[in-house]
Design a protein around this ligand. Structure first.
Ligand SMILES: Cc1cc2nc3c(=O)[nH]c(=O)nc-3n(C[C@H](O)[C@H](O)[C@H](O)COP(=O)(O)OP(=O)(O)OC[C@H]3O[C@@H](n4cnc5c(N)ncnc54)[C@H](O)[C@@H]3O)c2cc1C
Length: 488
């Protein structure tokens, strides 16, 4: 809003509402509890007024914003250091209960369940157009085997790699990407309250402490980088630690020894290849998306954007493809979203009949019934069957996590797991919330590998930890942090 992209903010608010509606157990409203430092460029009162505009942009879909006095902040969030605070405000937005990669995978799975074809670990080496057909040279990264894929239309959705792929295909575009690196650190839980502590960091950007079960995820940074290949460096870690320590009153400040895991990514930001937003302030660059279309060659390139907008971008792409004269069957059929209410009712009924929640851990943040539905939707019915046939299927397989034996079986059948990292970091968030040493030692991990990879179990186990060691060698050593808390 601060950069004046009101149209974009409105669109993103509506997209957020649509996602909450479509995925009520996976995308949920959450409160952002913001504390504003004295001397900040806007007063808490002004920002609070801004949250009302934001609320209106979202058609009043969420709970009302609230102005926070210093004493309210202190009463409700003891961990916040209010000595330099001018006041604060609270507003609502949404968050993904699982990690972003699982959410995206569920889209892919959902398309496959309806007849779509998807392949992972297949790389495009570039495409050429011949006789009105695109021919893409592809490489299977597991075997090294190369082959050709033919298509009427080519959609380049390679995120930060869009420009590189376009170069390989000889495509000129109106837009291109600049890269902004963002990192997050995952540390032991800093507050038991399920809301996002929000601050403005020293660089003036929003800075969050996000609840993640027994952990807290802190970030982010916004650093201009030249390449999409990037990693967390000491300067990033220090920025995050300094900023959070400055704003919290913890018994001991957070240090590198508290870091359980790290996340690092680049935001591909769209700019015109020539002109306009080249000169715009870095931190003010828009998060909008652009689709460049080459109608003659039936080629689309997707630049920039936010995950929140995924359904809109998908619909826009489908409209463009249709406008190129390519018929899309079942175009109006809504293929995404959680299963129909009646399926959920049937699931809840069966779960109740078999006393599924008797398997929920005492003190768990979520019942097993809601956990399985959230993660697997209608496939959770199959898990109930597995547990009815063999109650051992409800036992936790990897100690220190909440993963039950039947879930690993389902992951093996349905979740396109090629490497152990796919399971630990992309389909689950185990690697984000359990320290790598604790994962390595976790009883049950090898049995999980056997279920996932059969005869290749040891090889895949070694491959994962060898890759981690190589990364570790390139980094400063990190002390082992608190481990063992169950995660989901
Ligand atoms: C730190 C950070 C915080 C963010 N926070 C938010 C947020 O709060 N809300 C939000 O909505 N968005 C957020 N985003 C943005 C969000 O992650 C991106 O908008 C989203 O990932 C873009 O999706 P995409 O599909 O366009 O690109 P990507 O997710 O990057 O996907 C591109 C895919 O193309 C594949 N690919 C690349 N090259 C090739 C090739 N040659 N052959 C085959 N495949 C290839 C890649 O492997 C990748 O899977 C954040 C991003 C970062 C970095």
């Amino acid at each position: 809003m601060e950069s004046g992209d009101y149209g974009l903010v409105r669109k993103l608010c509506l997209s957020r509402n649509h996602l909450i509606d479509s995925y009520p157990s996976r995308v949920k409203e959450i409160r952002f509890f913001a504390t504003i430092d004295r001397g900040f460029r806007w007063s808490p009162l002004f920002l609070w007024a801004g949250t009302w505009v934001y609320w209106l942009f979202g058609n009043g879909f969420t709970r009302l914003p609230r102005l926070l006095l210093k004493r309210t902040i202190q009463r409700e969030e003891e961990v916040i250091d209010i000595r330099n605070a001018a006041g604060g405000f609270e507003y609502s937005d949404a968050y993904l209960c699982d990690n972003d990669s699982r959410f995206v995978f569920q889209f892919v799975r959902s398309a496959m369940d309806r007849g779509g074809i998807a392949a992972n670990y297949v790389e495009s080496l570039g495409s050429r157009r011949e006789d009105g057909v695109w021919r893409t040279r592809a490489r299977d990264l597991s075997t090294g085997h190369t082959f050709e894929i033919r298509a009427k239309v080519l959609i380049n959705a390679a995120g930060p790699f869009v420009d590189e792929l376009n170069q390989l295909s000889g495509e000129q575009t109106e837009h291109h990407h600049l890269f902004s690196k963002g990192i997050h650190l995952i540390v032991p839980q800093i507050t038991p309250n399920a809301r996002i502590l929000t601050f403005f960091a020293d660089d003036g950007r929003l800075f969050f402490a996000i609840p993640m079960g027994a952990r807290t995820c802190i970030g982010t940074t916004d650093t201009r980088v030249d390449s999409p290949f990037t990693e967390v460096i000491d300067e990033d870690r220090q920025f995050v630690l300094d900023n959070i320590n400055k704003r919290l009153r913890l018994p001991q400040p957070l240090t590198r020894a508290d870091i359980i895991a790290e996340r690092c990514g680049v935001r591909p930001l769209v700019v015109k290849t020539q002109g306009e937003n080249q000169s715009r302030d870095w931190l003010q660059l828009s998060r909008k998306h652009e689709i460049d279309i080459n109608r003659e060659r039936a080629h689309l390139s997707i630049f920039g954007g936010k995950l929140t907008d995924c359904v809109n971008v998908g619909n826009e792409v489908a409209d463009i493809v249709e406008s190129l004269g390519i018929a899309l069957p079942h175009r109006r059929y809504k293929w995404y979203g959680e299963p129909h209410r009646s399926v959920r009712e049937e699931y809840l009924h069966q779960a109740q009949l078999m006393h599924l929640d008797s398997y929920t851990f005492p003190g768990a943040m979520e019942s097993l019934t809601s956990r399985l539905w959230r993660r697997y939707g209608d496939k959770a019915l199959r898990l109930l069957e597995d547990i009815r046939e063999d109650p051992r299927q409800a036992e936790v397989l990897i100690q220190g996590t909440e993963y039950r034996r039947c879930e690993i079986g389902l992951a093996q059948r349905q979740e396109m797991i090629v490497k152990l990292e796919d399971f630990l970091r992309r389909r689950s968030k185990i690697a984000l919330v359990v320290h790598r040493d604790a994962i390595r030692r976790a009883p049950g991990l090898m049995e999980a590998c056997e279920m996932l990879f059969g005869a290749q179990a040891q090889e895949k186990f070694d491959e994962y930890f060898q890759e981690l060691s190589l990364m570790e060698k390139a980094e400063q050593p990190m002390q082992q942090a608190a481990t063992g808390a169950p995660c989901n």
